[in-house]
Design a protein around this ligand. Structure first.
Ligand SMILES: *Cc1c(COP(=O)(O)O)cnc(C)c1O
Length: 404
């Protein structure tokens, strides 16, 4: 199937499922009852290889690195939710990032937003830089800075929105228009919003990327990644790279992500509802200097967030606490229902300290320059009870003002 560089991926483009609403697609896209047994849930096909009809005449699948039925169901489902045509699943979000960066050749250049995910930054700076693929970091809040940073070697523009951990919102439509004008490939890491809140291909992005580890799976029990595009030529190259580089997910993991996706619309609605209410309360609480949440009117890009993510501001809140690192540390140690842990997007609430945890690999001066201060705390709001979450946050915040 996808051995050659000029062949389409094994999974078929979504067809009838595309006419369904988002909630229905989340449950049905890429999946239908098994023809023989009528099994309603897609089978987990563990087989690594598939019997061929005659030499060189395979059935739809031949070898599970190239294509696997359970993975194909997941790939079609994610492609449909992102309103794309071709989906690709990976063994991690970082593997998906790596595959997309492999589209670039030596001496080519890309632009990236200045508070990008730490693992993506590490790939740019410590893997691709050595292969002479260079990256310039730009604050996309000012689109004219993007144009100023374009060189004759620039091929790709990398965007996260909302960003991590500052939750800045970038204007995807404006950036897409600019990329089109300059012939640049626009890649959007849509992990923080999920397709339930924002579909970058509809704004003109060429590639959308996910760590399915986060909201898509949503249950904090799988590491995975995904890529979606509408462009057939790009899809052929990505299919080739997916197979050639080989960082594919197991059928078991594909099944778990498919299962997680079925509740994505419900979960996202609840993440947004709880996060907005908690953000409002946090804004009124002593010890909290600043609340960053795209759904709050005080957010610098609130109007843009409402246009781009009309269903809600997402499930992540960042807080600037009084007392710097000491305040953040005391607060995090006092939490009981929130777990002190990296990652985000699961049904359980998590809290972390970017400066010493997720963003510890970013040099301190650079961290401070973009606004990731020592007093910054990031919360991933789960789907527990609102008052339980609030009780935990407010009791932990009681230790903070005393430190200021
Ligand atoms: C977690 C994350 C990644 C990396 O995904 P893994 O599944 O951990 O490899 C990439 N981008 C964003 C925005 C993330 O949050």
């Amino acid at each position: 199937m996808s051995h050659g560089s000029d062949q389409l991926p094994a999974n078929l483009p979504p067809s009838e499922a595309q006419s369904l609403a988002f909630e229905s697609s989340a449950i049905h896209a890429g999946q239908r009852p098994d023809a023989e047994l009528g099994a309603v849930m897609p089978p987990i096909v563990l087989s690594t290889t598939f019997a061929q009809l005659s030499p060189g005449k395979p059935r739809p699948f031949e070898y599970s690195r190239c294509g696997n039925p359970t993975r194909a169901a997941l790939e079609t489902c994610i492609a449909t939710l992102e309103s794309g045509r071709f989906g690709f699943a990976y063994s991690s979000g970082c593997a998906a990032v790596n595959n997309i960066l492999e589209l670039l050749g030596p001496n080519e250049h890309l632009l990236c937003c200045d508070d990008v995910y730490g693992g993506t930054y590490r790939l740019f700076e410590h893997v691709f830089q050595q292969r002479r693929v260079s990256c310039t970091y730009v604050d996309y809040t000012f689109p004219e800075r993007i144009e100023a940073a374009i060189t004759p070697r620039t091929k790709m523009v990398w965007v996260e929105s909302p960003t991590n951990p500052l939750l800045k919102i970038y204007d995807l439509g404006k950036i897409a228009e600019l990329c089109k004008r300059h012939g640049l490939l626009l890649v959007v890491d849509n992990t923080f919003a999920s397709p339930a809140l924002q579909r970058p291909l509809e704004f003109g992005a060429n590639i959308v990327l996910h760590s399915t580890t986060k909201y898509l799976n949503g249950n904090s029990d799988v590491i995975g990644g995904a890529v979606v595009t509408r462009d057939e030529a790009l899809a052929k190259r990505i299919a080739f790279l997916q197979n050639a580089l080989g960082s594919v997910p197991s059928p078991m993991d594909c099944y778990l992500v498919l299962r997680g996706i079925k509740t994505l619309p419900l979960r996202m609605r609840e993440h947004c509802r709880l996060a907005l209410e908690l953000a409002r309360r946090l804004e009124q609480t002593p010890g909290v200097q600043r609340v960053l949440y795209p759904g709050l009117p005080s957010h610098p890009q609130h109007a843009l967030a409402q246009r781009q993510m009309p269903l809600g501001g997402g499930g992540i809140i960042s807080l600037e606490l009084e007392g710097g690192e000491k305040g953040a540390h005391a607060f995090l140690m006092e939490l009981k229902l929130f777990t002190l842990a990296e990652s985000l997007g699961g049904i359980e609430s998590l809290a972390e300290h970017p400066a010493t945890m997720t963003h510890a690999t970013v040099p301190r001066e650079q961290r401070l320059a973009v606004g990731i201060t020592d007093g910054l705390v990031r919360l991933s709001i789960g789907i527990e009870n609102l008052e339980d979450l609030w009780a935990d946050l407010s009791q932990a915040l009681r230790v903070v003002p005393q430190l200021a």
